[in-house]
Design a protein around this ligand. Sequence first.
Ligand code: 1VU
Length: 337
Amino acid sequence: MVLSAAGQHLLRVSRPGAWGQHLLLRVSRPGAWGQHLLLRVSWPGAWGQHHLLRGIGSVSTTAKGFQEKEIREKLQAFPGGSIDLVKQESGIAVLTVNNPARMNAFSGSMMVELEERVSQLEEWTEGKGLIIQGAAGTFCSGSDLNAVRAMSNPQDGMKMCMFMQNVLIRLLRLPLLSVALVEGSALGGGAELTTACDFRLMVPGSMIRFVHKHMGLVPGWGGAARLVRIVGSQNALKMLSGALKVDPEMGLQIGLADGVLEGSLDGSGANALLEAEQWLGCYTTGPASVIRAIKNVVVSGRELPLDVALRTERDVFGTVWGGPANLQALASKAKHK
Ligand SMILES: CCC(=O)SCCNC(=O)CCNC(=O)[C@H](O)C(C)(C)COP(=O)(O)OP(=O)(O)OC[C@H]1O[C@@H](n2cnc3c(N)ncnc32)[C@H](O)[C@@H]1OP(=O)(O)O
């Protein structure tokens, strides 16, 4: 066992097996929240050919273990809105944050529904892409302030934070290419949600804004950690400390936005969704097995130490080498001019 500088106990256990996989146990004891004990189990490669990357999913005792029922019950006490999922024949699913009366703010029940939709997407083996949008022409205004007020004690706040961190990291690690389609505003937790997607597309007039500072907060759904990785620490620091309004132009400039769409012609959002589907279609063309493998090697490259990422890449490679798409390409003597 190794005690890290941050006071975390790191335990590395070698597991004998074909690929010499490792079981990494991280036990952290966050100071101010001493009553919580987080357990993270990473076991890349231990999931067989179809679930390789699930192994690096963060599993905390609060969000997925014995306290999950308690958290879910607590969140369900704040109902309203819905999270709607449509899985399409094209292999691209559309997830809609639907609470327009509150600018698509996340009620407690919507947080629980988001977890259920992520579970459904984890089981969707034919999927290649995912678009996340808000209903009625705006993305999401973060957590529902009515729920926030009612849960403003530290214990409840911490539970919600752990629940959402866990859901959003599972969302980001899905073997699907994911896009946040930002119309209107993505504020607070809504801005954090955009960082749990691989790509962000913005329409003219839209903005992504981490308003946490103005609420006396910092991001807690994992948004800061992901933002630093997307735009770098300098830009992240400016965005968080200035609660900057990031419009499409600035989004492109700092690498937060991956594209700017023309946007909705009639305010229904239909045109923007069509454009986003076309944009994503350029990357999801091809067999699901290959697209999903691409996402998996990128996630492992981003999140795992190099030696483990290389091993995971080898395992993922093994799932496509000699597979139908590979054999078909060889037979067709494909040229790449
Ligand atoms: C994880 C940490 C967090 O996410 S903390 C939450 C961060 N978000 C916020 O503070 C958003 C606060 N809301 C706003 O700034 C504005 O409402 C925005 C979204 C810019 C929209 O402004 P505007 O177009 O003028 O509409 P409005 O203010 O009249 O809002 C329409 C109705 O929606 C509601 N609403 C909006 N956001 C939330 C929210 N986060 N939670 C609960 N309700 C929200 C407004 O209260 C308003 O409701 P009502 O029509 O007055 O009943």
